[in-house]
Structures are given as structure tokens and as C-alpha cells.
Design a protein around this ligand. Structure first.
Ligand code: HEM
Length: 165
């Protein structure tokens, strides 16, 4: 959970989906354990953003047929976070999802999506969602495809059982 808010876990206790962390219980240096956490809790204006020039695409449109959005425009949404014209775009597997309105209804919370605006969050997304969830909830949020957006966080190794089933 390094990229989630460790500080709030320590202060408020775990939420339903967070496993008990394995870090030492004696945390004396908050800076070192919260270095990946950004202060995004005060962004209330995103859902009031003006209409995007990249509208939501019909779910029937194939990924390859989505309009190409230059990576600079995708990243720009992050730069615009502090302005009123930012859009809640995130990238999963080179597809851009407009979560501007959806993030307020997101069952996993608004802040996790806000923290990835303008960025790739593919591995983080797939840790919490199945293909079925993506098909039902993510597909209607597609606005385009892009390339070259790099994930800010290195994916930690996944440990599987010793046998392949
Ligand atoms: C296209 C964007 C996204 C969509 C459409 C989406 C959709 C959903 C849905 C439908 C659920 C409920 C799943 C269930 O009840 O089984 C959920 C839960 C959740 N999502 Fe997302 N999500 C998105 C992005 C993200 C991102 C970027 C993160 C952060 C990594 C995230 C983290 C979570 C978490 C932590 C939960 C709660 C999981 C649990 O309670 O077990 N989501 N999301």
C-alpha cells in the first residue's frame, strides 16, 4: 500500500480494503513513509471542468479505433490540477479514461483516482479490478488512446503459490 495514504491509515485506521501493513509499528519518520503520497484532498473543482474536446466514446468502439490523444495533452491534465480546467483523466494500458464525474461515485474513493490524474496507473488498477469491472464500468469512460505515459511507481513483485494451478 506504499502508494496509498499511509499517513491516513496511521491516523484514521484501516479502511475495509486495506490489508494490515507490514511496516514497523514504531514509525518515527513520517516523511520517509509518506513520500509517495500527494496532497490531493482539496481538489473539489474537477467535476466542474468545462467540456472536453475528447468526448466519451461509445462502448462499441474498439480500442484501436479510439482517437489518439498526444501524451502531452494527457499529462497536462495533471498540470491543470490546481486550475479550474483540469480533467480527471487516468491511463490504463494506454487507454485514457475520463473519470471527471465518475470519481465522485467511485467505490474505492475519489482520492485514489485524483492521485493518478494525467498518469498511468495500470498495475494499480489491475490490483483492485477484474476485467469484468473494467468492461462494465471503465469502458464507457474511454475518451481515447495514447502512448508513452509512464507509471510513476515501480510495480512491487507479486508472490504466487509455489505450484502452478
Ligand atoms: C477507470 C477507472 C476506474 C473505474 C471504472 C473503477 C471502478 C471501480 C468499481 C466498479 C469498484 C467496485 C468493485 C467491486 O465492488 O467489486 C472499484 C473499487 C475500487 N477501486 Fe476502482 N475504478 C477505477 C480506478 C481506480 C484506480 C485508479 C484505483 C487506484 C489504484 C482504484 C482503486 C479501487 C479500490 C481500492 C477499490 C475498492 C476495492 C475493494 O473494496 O475491494 N480504482 N473501482
Amino acid at each position: 500500500m506504499g502508494w496509498l495514504s499511509l499517513r491516513s491509515w496511521l491516523h484514521d485506521g484501516p479502511t475495509s480494503f486495506e490489508p494490515v501493513p507490514t511496516f514497523p509499528t514504531q514509525v518515527t519518520d513520517f516523511k520517509s513513509v509518506t513520500e509517495h503520497v500527494e496532497n490531493v484532498a482539496t481538489i473539489d473543482h474537477i467535476s466542474a471542468s468545462p467540456p472536453s474536446e475528447y468526448p466519451l466514446q461509445d462502448p462499441s468502439v474498439l480500442d484501436d479505433a479510439l482517437p489518439f490523444i498526444p501524451p502531452a495533452i494527457v499529462r497536462n491534465q495533471r498540470l491543470h490540477l490546481s486550475h479550474a480546467n483540469g480533467l480527471g483523466w487516468i491511463v490504463v494500458d494506454n487507454i485514457v479514461y475520463d473519470c471527471t464525474k465518475f470519481m465522485k461515485e467511485h467505490p474505492g474513493g475519489e482520492i485514489v483516482i485524483q492521485s493518478f490524474i494525467g498518469e498511468d496507473c495500470s498495475w494499480q488498477f489491475w490490483r483492485f479490478h477484474s476485467k469484468g469491472i473494467m468492461a462494465k464500468w471503465g469502458r464507457p469512460l474511454r475518451v481515447g488512446r495514447t502512448e508513452g505515459i509512464v507509471n510513476r511507481f515501480k510495480e512491487p513483485p507479486r508472490y504466487f503459490g509455489s505450484r502452478n494451478r
